[in-house]
Write a protein that binds this ligand. Sequence first.
Ligand code: THG
Length: 283
Amino acid sequence: MHTILSSPSKTVTIGSDQPFAIIGERINPTGRKIFSQQLRNGDLSRVEIDVREQAEGGAMLLDVNMGAPLADEAALMTRAVKLIQSLTDLPLVIDSSIVEVLDAGLAAYQGKALVNSVTAEDERLDAILPLVKRYDAAVIGLPNDEAEIPEEPARRLELTRKLIRIATEKYHIAIEDIVIDPLAMPVGADTLHPTRTLETIAMIRDEFGVNMTLGASNVSFGMPDRHTISSAFLPIAMSHGLTSAIMDARTPQAVRSVKAADLVLGRDEWGASWIAGYRARQA
Ligand code: THG
């Protein structure tokens, strides 16, 4: 199962036989006061820094979220997509909870984008999936609905089934273009949250074999020494079937754990990438 995303000059393939796809999370004002204020003022200078830092850290795709309170998010998304594509050839993940913002981002984007995200709510599916189809994009599906963010892995699997059925049968979206987010929640809120996420990943892999992604920082939220938690969680999640994560690519500890997991899971032929990465750091 290959999810193929592209910019005009680069193609990135997500799949269980591929290196784990690192999606840089930083082009996002959530929790960042200064960046939020800059975006409200129409100032995108911080985006240039975040693009460079995520790309240098090893991001293979970039998540773009312009959700600053009281800002014109659609106009910012249009400008951000154009700016980022002038700075990097990494394919983009268009991240917003607002349909019009997703539409604006997709209209501005050159290539095949990943839409982040659609839930299993009927109204959201019927608003977002036509856009995904129209722009020939791929989409991240979240297995929660109007009633709940389910705890039970079996319930998340049921909502994944619904998402995949509606996307493929009603909207004729290829199953390869659906990436499921099994829902990562803070270990600090409940130490069984990561266990539920891991079980969900394994169940989705076994039933559908689709690609999956999640917000890796969610897991360590509120705990000290967050990078070590990410560095443990990500390789375990990879061995359960996770093929991608939205994460901070500036964190070498987490990025190198992912690369080591690629190596020991047989996704780095001859260890060529591992050795090349080591040599590049020595140089
Ligand atoms: N699933 C999907 N998409 C997502 C998420 C997910 N998109 C958004 C988010 N979760 C992933 N992106 C981020 C971006 C930033 C942070 C966390 C996740 C973050 N920000 C700092 C903080 O809150 O401490 C801000 C402060 C700072 O670092 O300056 O951590 O789960 N599909």
